[in-house]
Design a protein around this ligand. Structure first.
Ligand code: BTN
Length: 260
């Protein structure tokens, strides 16, 4: 990690990096540090997680070889605005995987990065608020990097997950990837904070092939099918239902509808 910190060209992200071989969840670790006052940009990274969390209470399989890390942010924004951070982080991952490794990435609302329709990265943003204001946000990023999906991930994930190694047929340096991700995240985080979500979303949407397709959206209360029209300026997915009505979703999972 010393070399990483020497090479890192950021102002805030990764100025302090904590590293461990194994931990329950880097988001939990980052949360403890944030509660103790860890400064904005603090990063925690683990070689493996024994209790990695995904969105909507799911488990996140985190064997050695992947890149599992969390960043502490202290944005001066309303709690409702922190939803935008997931797009800034997803865009950073998509751009780095495309530019540095030539992977044909796509973004899927709200927080996934896919290659050839399979998930290569997931992002979990968790926030602590006082009243309406965000006190800190933990941006947890998991990238399947040097992971042989068929050998290492559970059977249930083998058809829907991929990794950098499986796509390229070789392993890559985790520290280098982490450096590139932190540098790119800082750029999009700053852009979001200085302007608003729109410029970040415009770039994110360039990778979003699901827009214009028929999709299914599922959340804790419902499952709905329709045409994905847009992701609006607040990050909500706009769906046109069978009967022509428009619906906005702020939470949920998107999957492509099977073609008949
Ligand atoms: C998802 O797609 O559901 C989000 C997955 C997020 C996984 C990362 S790995 C690093 C950080 N620590 C966790 O426990 N989760 C996030």
């Amino acid at each position: 990690m010393d070399k990483l910190q020497e090479d890192l060209r950021t102002k805030r992200l990764g100025k302090r990096i904590f590293y461990t071989r194994k931990i329950g969840s880097t988001n939990e670790w980052a949360k403890e540090l944030a509660k103790l006052g860890a400064e904005e940009g603090t990063v925690v990274v683990a070689e493996a997680q024994t209790d990695g969390h995904g969105r909507l209470g799911r488990e996140w399989s985190s064997p050695e070889g992947g890149l599992w890390f969390s960043v502490v942010l202290r944005p001066k924004m309303r709690a409702s605005e922190t939803i935008g951070l997931v797009f800034a982080a997803g865009l950073a991952v998509a751009e780095v995987l495309r530019e540095a490794y030539g992977l044909p990435v796509e973004t899927r609302w709200p927080n996934d990065v896919l290659v050839h329709g399979k998930k290569i990265c997931g992002i979990l943003c968790e926030m602590h608020v006082t009243g309406n204001a965000a006190v800190f946000v933990l941006v947890g990023i998991g990238v399947n990097v040097n992971v042989d999906v068929k050998k290492v991930l559970p059977r249930s994930l083998q058809d829907c997950a991929t990794s950098v190694q499986d796509e390229l047929g070789k392993t890559v340096r985790l520290e280098e990837l982490l450096r590139l991700l932190l540098e790119r995240m800082e750029i999009f985080y700053d852009l979001y904070v200085k302007e608003d979500l729109v410029p970040v979303l415009e770039k994110w949407k360039k990778h979003a092939r699901f827009i214009g397709q028929r999709v299914r959206v599922a959340n804790e209360t419902e499952r709905v099918s329709g045409l994905a029209l847009d992701v609006d300026s607040e990050g909500a997915l706009v769906l046109k239902l069978e009967d022509g009505t428009l619906r906005r979703f702020l939470v949920g999972d998107v999957s492509m509808e099977q073609k008949q």
